[in-house]
Design a protein around this ligand. Structure first.
Ligand SMILES: NC(=O)c1ccc[n+]([C@@H]2O[C@H](COP(=O)([O-])OP(=O)(O)OC[C@H]3O[C@@H](n4cnc5c(N)ncnc54)[C@H](OP(=O)(O)O)[C@@H]3O)[C@@H](O)[C@H]2O)c1
Length: 238
């Protein structure tokens, strides 16, 4: 059975990955859609019959064991893994709660790593891994300190894994967008600063480019000139 595994499937870019992968990858038998809430996803437009909904909280060890068990039971061939689940809390390190800051590490770093490691044995030649990182990975960001540091981890981990998996002909693409017009800001209780609003981009575009870059075997997918400039600036100054 050939499948795609997509976390963060209930919203934003994860949901868009479900839509675009469901439409474009006709050889897949199933898409495993993972998030805590899955209500409504079954009515998702497109090839819904192939959707397997897994309502899992990826920060709970018991739910991680459920995912591991499902993989073991079905022994699928994972053609695409998208780690899209993530959360961001904005504010000074001394203002945000300890729980908020650890939640970002637990979900954005630990869970992403764990899902990747669980899926690795089921990936085959030509499989693609897409890790949702961020433009925040390129340089330290006051008021987004833990989030940005976590995304730097995601990108560094992904790029190293990309090299390690070369011999298996599996690629890992770190997706690094700037602000994207999703519910991310509502979920993280973030009031998007006015100066960032003109830079908001549509999730459809970011996801489309990410899939294109993954197919091309790129280790980084950076959508839009502003984030490309941030990356360049960080490389020059850093
Ligand atoms: N939007 C942006 O501006 C932006 C920019 C750069 C990078 N990113 C990154 O892109 C990724 C996707 O962001 P998005 O914009 O699509 O955000 P979003 O709309 O808030 O979606 C986040 C997804 O993560 C899932 N999730 C949250 N906590 C979870 C948990 N404990 N277990 C399982 N799933 C969980 C949510 O589903 P449930 O609540 O149903 O669990 C939701 O499906 C994140 O890693 C984010 O850091 C976003």
């Amino acid at each position: 059975m050939k499948i795609a595994v997509i976390t963060g499937a209930s919203s934003g870019m994860g949901k868009e990955f479900v839509r675009q992968i469901g439409g474009a990858y006709r050889s897949l038998d199933e898409i495993w859609a993972i998030s805590r809430k899955v209500e409504g996803l079954e009515k998702f437009p497109g090839r819904c019959s192939r959707l397997r909904l897994l309502p899992l909280d990826l920060t709970r060890e018991a739910d991680m064991e459920t995912l591991k068990g499902e993989l073991w039971k079905n022994r699928p061939c994972i053609r695409i893994l998208v780690n899209g689940a993530g959360v961001g809390h904005y504010g000074l390190v001394e203002e945000l709660t300890v729980e908020e800051q650890l939640q970002m590490i637990d979900l954005n770093c630990r869970a992403l790593t764990q899902v990747t490691l669980f899926c690795l044995p089921y990936l085959t030649k030509g499989s693609r891994i897409l890790q949702l990182s961020s433009g925040s990975a390129f340089c330290p960001q006051p008021r987004f300190a833990v989030y940005g540091a976590g995304k730097a981890y995601v990108t560094s981990f992904s790029r190293a894994l990309h090299r390690e998996l070369k011999k298996r002909k599996i690629t890992v693409t770190s997706v690094c967008p700037g602000p994207v017009d999703t519910e991310f800001f509502v979920h993280g209780n973030i009031a998007l600063p006015a100066w960032k609003k003109p830079f908001l981009v549509k999730p459809e575009k970011v996801v489309c480019k990410a899939l294109f870059d993954a197919e091309a075997g790129k280790e980084l997918s950076v959508y839009g000139l502003p984030v490309k400039l941030v990356r360049l600036g960080a490389r020059i100054l850093g």
